[in-house]
Design a protein around this ligand. Sequence first.
Ligand SMILES: [Zn+2]
Length: 364
Amino acid sequence: MDQKLWSRQAKGQSQIFSTYVEKEDSKTMEPQMKRWKGSAYDTDSWVAYPVLSDEQSQDIELTDAFAAPILNKRETSRLVRELNSAYPLNGLQHIKRVRACREKGGSYPLEVLVCLRSDALHIQAVSIECLLPPGMGSDGLGEPFIVKVPARPPLTRPQFEQASKHWPTSFHEDKRVTVALRGELFTPPQKATMHTYMMSAVAAAQAAKKMGLEAVGAVVVNPSTERIIAVGHDCRANHPLHHAVMVCIDLVAQSQGGGCYSLDKYPACRFMSPTFDTLDSTLDVDLKSQPYICTGYDLYVTREPCVMCAMALVHSRIGRVFYGTTAADGALGTKFKVHSQKDLNHHFEVYRGVLSKQCESLHE
Ligand SMILES: [Zn+2]
């Protein structure tokens, strides 16, 4: 690596930026490798799970409805047609009208959803005759009973499985979310790359710890060139707002000619010259064509960011955030989910658990 391209490149710090493939045997890394199970590429030791919005991750909401047995199967299509017209399931198009009888060896094969309980609040004594609108014959229907049906369409496979236990529900599956929830979104080579980025953040956190600062480190990466743009760590001795993420964003801004933090005291906090962050380093980089601070970039941070840092990530237009361990006041999953707030004008994906053990051990 051409160290001239790095700003604030300090002696002995270059390993933070090098890929750990080359450095696995280096003296610097050896004690850590022994302490951590396996090698630096022990990517089986961690799983990245998505931090989904509340709508996607909460338990499904249920609502009461009346169902009734279909005593004569041949009446099914007429009953469904008449019930659809008498009691349309407005806003509940995800619910199927008919289900197979759940009782084994039951005396009837099917059950039909008659109406929602909220459609029949005026009815005192519930019988099938009372529930049906005038003119609709109750032929072929048994006595009604209460069931619970999902009030909203399921957004994820776990929600779908939960909903289906109550009543048959249709589901438009987002396969990517399903795979992500299984912890299988990233391939082993992708995980190895993610591993090296988080190792750089861990190294920055360790540098902070050595200086008596909070052991939190962060790196901003351009995933299209697979290069690290900036590395930062907690610098609260400098200024109470200089959390690792704030430092990292300022360093990205500095790499684009902006930024305002003075971090000379902290050699592990550095940014990369934009000329280096191109696939062909001989190309002239037009600074005006640079992204808006963090557009398209990924952040790797050892600990879940706080509200201030999460909002700074919204404002800087980060692409994705990966963190190692959760924080009690964390704003990307634990206490808030700033990345999925509907009323904010930028949203991003968040994954937790990258190098979780190493990130947790920073705070021991
Ligand atoms: Zn913070």
